[in-house]
Design a protein around this ligand. Structure first.
Ligand SMILES: Cc1cc2nc3c(=O)[nH]c(=O)nc-3n(C[C@H](O)[C@H](O)[C@H](O)COP(=O)(O)OP(=O)(O)OC[C@H]3O[C@@H](n4cnc5c(N)ncnc54)[C@H](O)[C@@H]3O)c2cc1C
Length: 381
């Protein structure tokens, strides 16, 4: 597989890097370890949308840029170096747009798609529940038919973007026992959500959504009644690759910070970077990051083929997120006690990376997917 960037891809990355340093970093640096206000998020998404954030992958017929997955992944990776929180908000919002483009009625598309692509609307996707995360088929949220509507009751947990989201795609089980995704509009349906305080990625909203007999038109089903599980499962290969691009960006920032620190900090009369064991740490970090990057880029390129690539996308998610945890931990080691201090960024990189081995299939679930496909035997049954 050829990983050399085309002229177009290189241009997209270079111009995006310029915008990130000039326009986005100065704003986002005010919210490095806390909530990003909704209006600031919209401001940055609108800016990013001009460079492909939220709209790169959606086809031109639906108002997107119709770019390839690797270009979209590079945009996300570069953004994650500066703000993994914003990169998370962006890739999820685009994920909602993709589901809508694939499975939404013409009316739903006309009403919501352009807002999601331009940063005017923030999307979220609620699957996990307090009693169910890995085992999606075990969900309890119910949708009961009532004329032209459904009445939805249940609780969703760990939903990214939820407290700032304008729209939520909610996976529920209908009374005909069919998994269906319903689009909820905060203004129309007034759902309640609350933020959950967590280890890292403090600027990427994550919360709980409580649905108490919420009335939603049957016409808000995305992917049709009964089409929700397929649409959800199809989306996982993409989201595994994009969570991995977040891991790459965080790990790259930790490596950059460590190299700069190792050149400056002195011990025993010379820069710590000239001690062989520090060079060993830097070499391990850089090598693991490159290995992760190659797996992620392969996953992204395979997504373009629109054929299932469960082994490769699970490999990239499992390896890249675990590698980012190891790399950011080593970055703390290079920094000594300053590494655990809040005055330096590496403890934040570590906490941010540690979040990523859990969503979109934990490390263990992704290992089981790889095992099932290689062995032809399922550990899930
Ligand atoms: C940063 C982040 C963002 C998220 N965003 C969203 C979102 O936007 N929408 C959403 O719906 N959810 C989201 N989630 C939730 C996420 O999808 C779940 O946390 C994840 O699927 C795991 O579910 P769980 O937490 O209930 O753990 P469980 O499923 O209870 O698993 C607990 C432990 O048991 C292991 N385990 C479970 N089953 C098996 C098995 N068969 N074999 C071996 N080990 C097993 C797991 O690997 C894990 O170590 C997010 C989570 C995080 C951390």
């Amino acid at each position: 597989m050829d990983f050399e960037l085309t002229e177009e891809q290189q241009l997209a990355v270079d111009s995006w890097r310029g915008v990130l340093e000039r326009d986005i970093r100065p704003i986002i640096n005010q919210y490095l370890d806390g909530a990003i206000p909704k209006e600031v998020t919209h401001q940055l998404l609108r800016l990013g949308a001009q460079y492909g954030m939220c709209c790169a992958e959606v086809g031109e017929a639906d108002g997107g840029l119709g770019l390839d997955m690797l270009t979209s992944g590079l945009i996300s990776e570069e953004l994650s170096r500066v703000s993994p929180d914003l990169a998370g908000t962006g890739f999820l919002t685009q994920g909602v747009a993709l589901k809508l483009a694939r499975g939404g009625s013409p009316e739903l598309k006309a009403r919501y798609l352009s807002g999601l692509l331009s940063g005017e609307l923030i999307g979220s996707s609620a699957v996990s529940e307090p009693d169910m995360g890995s085992h999606v088929r075990g969900l309890k949220t119910r949708a009961v038919r009532d004329g032209d509507n459904y009445r939805i009751s249940g609780e969703k947990m760990w939903t990214s973007n939820i407290t700032v989201a304008d729209l939520a795609l909610v996976l529920a089980r209908t009374d005909e026992d069919e998994f269906t995704i319903f689009l909820l509009d905060r203004e129309d349906h007034g759902y309640e959500s609350r933020e959950i305080d967590k280890l890292g990625l403090a600027g990427w909203s994550m919360g709980q959504l409580v649905l108490d007999d919420l009335v939603v038109p049957a016409a808000n089903a995305v992917g049709g009644i009964g089409g929700g599980l397929r649409l959800t499962m199809n989306g996982f290969e993409r989201s595994r690759c994009f969570v991995s691009t977040l891991a790459l960006g965080i790990a790259q920032a930790a490596l950059d910070d460590s190299i700069a620190y190792a050149r400056e900090r002195a011990s025993f009369g010379k820069p710590i970077g000239s001690h062989q064991l520090i060079q060993g740490l830097i070499a391990e970090m850089a090598t693991e990051l490159d290995a992760a990057r190659l797996l992620v880029y392969r996953g992204l390129k395979l997504l373009n083929r629109e054929e299932p690539s469960p082994i490769e996308t699970s490999m990239c998610k499992y390896f890249a997120t675990e590698a980012a945890t190891r790399i950011t931990s080593k970055a703390i080691q290079v920094h000594g006690a300053f590494g655990i201090s809040k005055e330096f960024p590496v403890e934040r990189h570590f906490r941010n990376a540690r979040m990523l081995t859990i969503p979109d299939g934990t490390t263990q679930i992704n290992q089981l997917i790889i095992g099932r496909n290689l062995l032809g035997l399922s550990a899930f049954d």
